[in-house]
Design a protein around this ligand. Structure first.
Ligand SMILES: [Zn+2]
Length: 440
């Protein structure tokens, strides 16, 4: 009897040894980072030496899109794999349905140690993002995130895979420094890394900037780029630390952004760039643990909803077949439609052709291959073609549980957001209509 038990124990040990441990997963979201300001996406300035190198060892999606240039909505897509109309978290008083699993929950249920380090403006427990994380810690700037990262990595159990989600807000405008809000601040020497004296050339707050002033436009771009260089340097340092700790040996790394940014090219009130290319074209870099598709550039359209199916495939978990995204490990369809929406605005991109529906219901068609910055769009007479493409991109028969209602922010929460320099991400009321006329 004792012998049989011993044999069973031995067999179970052999079985365990044969079952490969699931790879760990790192997902980094660099808030407000437009793809075209990175070296690996063709930018002339040396903003991203680390990401450029990482890109050479990774699969890089050249045309990856955010479904909505708003942190809350885009992150919910990134972490559920659902389009905005499917997850429903499209207003500030909504939280994700308990019946829709987040990526962290899927991984946690599979035995992962889960760590979420986030900037709390929109990515927070209130909207449901904390679910599935063993540790969910908020930070202001990257320096604080770094401290949290080191503390949490020290506690990791090396025998179990981990999921590390890092959301950095340092490329975004703000936060407050020494009582003054400034446009794209970053610590020295990064703020004026690309243009000494740039800070003095711009107004301290973005709504005082003059979009027609070339000096200010240049300076704003230089300050924004300095923030990218800062974040790139931090990531380089953190990934070197992860390597030293032996935590990159069998790890999937995904680096992306929730949306882009308007850098005065469409006027002062351009938000995060709305549904123009600068607002929705985001970086998407996927480094497979075994080097699969390393160095490949994917020309087909991808979107933030592809991240969940990709991660689940790499770690060996089944994705909900109703998810609109596709695993990036396989070739994507050439004529793939990707869509996005923030009612009444919406867009659909089929191959390199794009139709955007504007604030006032007009439709603007662009050819992104010939006109990637959408300077020469054509006003369409109706939305028939848009509706056709949109229906191809979003299967309306796939219905998901509706979001929950959450109450207004408490005074304490609102004060916390104000202290972080946050003044709102919603459209200003005086915004110009743009898709009812050709862009400037
Ligand atoms: Zn954002």
């Amino acid at each position: 009897m004792r012998r049989a038990t011993g044999l069973l124990a031995l067999l179970s040990l052999v079985a365990c040894a044969r079952e490969p441990a699931r790879p760990s997963v790192i997902l980094v979201s660099l808030d407000t980072l437009r793809a075209d300001h990175l070296g690996l996406y063709g930018y002339a300035r040396d903003t991203s030496p680390f990401l450029d190198r990482l890109g050479k060892e990774s699969l890089v999606c050249e045309h990856a899109y955010s479904p909505c240039p708003w942190t809350l909505v885009a992150h919910m897509t990134m972490l559920t794999g659902l389009y905005p109309s499917q997850h429903g978290v499209t207003e500030e008083d909504r939280a994700l349905s308990d019946e829709i699993p987040l990526l962290a929950e899927r991984l946690h249920a599979a035995g992962y140690q889960t760590i979420g380090l986030y900037h709390p403006v929109w990515v927070n427990a209130r909207h449901g993002f904390a679910r599935g994380f063993d540790v969910f810690r908020s930070h202001g700037e990257a320096a604080e995130a770094e401290q949290h990262l080191q503390e949490e990595l020290d506690k990791l159990d090396p025998s179990r895979p981990y999921f590390l989600f890092i959301h950095l807000f340092d490329v975004h405008q703000g936060p407050i420094r020494d009582g003054q809000h400034s446009v794209y601040p970053s610590p020295a020497p990064y703020q004026e890394f690309f243009e000494p004296g740039a800070t003095a050339k711009v107004a301290l707050v973005s709504w005082q900037l003059d979009p027609h002033d070339a000096v200010q436009r240049e300076a704003v771009n230089a300050l924004y780029d300095g923030g990218i260089r800062y974040v790139d340097a931090k990531l380089e340092q953190w990934f070197a630390d992860l390597e030293r700790r032996g935590l990159l040996a069998r790890t999937l790394t995904v680096i992306t952004a929730d949306h882009g940014e308007n850098l005065l090219e469409r006027g002062r009130n351009g938000g995060h760039g709305h549904f123009w290319d600068e607002g929705i074209h985001v970086p998407l870099i996927v480094k497979h643990p075994d080097g699969l598709r390393a160095g490949e550039r994917v020309a087909q359209n991808a979107h933030l909803g592809d991240i969940v199916p990709t991660v689940l495939e790499v770690v060996g978990l089944r994705a909900d077949p109703r998810l609109p995204g596709l695993s990036l490990l396989h070739p994507l369809p050439a004529e793939r439609v990707v869509i996005g929406t923030r009612e009444p605005r919406a867009y659909a991109i089929l191959g390199a052709r794009k139709i955007a529906r504007g604030m006032y219901g007009g439709y603007l068609g662009s050819d992104l291959a010939l006109d990637p910055k959408e300077k020469h769009g054509v006003v369409l007479s109706d939305g028939k073609l848009f509706d056709e493409w949109y229906a191809q991109g979003l299967d309306a028969s796939r219905v998901f549980p509706p979001p929950k209602k959450v109450g207004a922010l408490s005074d304490e929460e609102a004060e916390h957001l104000r202290a972080l320099g946050y003044t709102g991400e919603l459209d200003p009321p005086d915004e110009e209509p743009e898709a009812s006329a050709a862009p400037k």
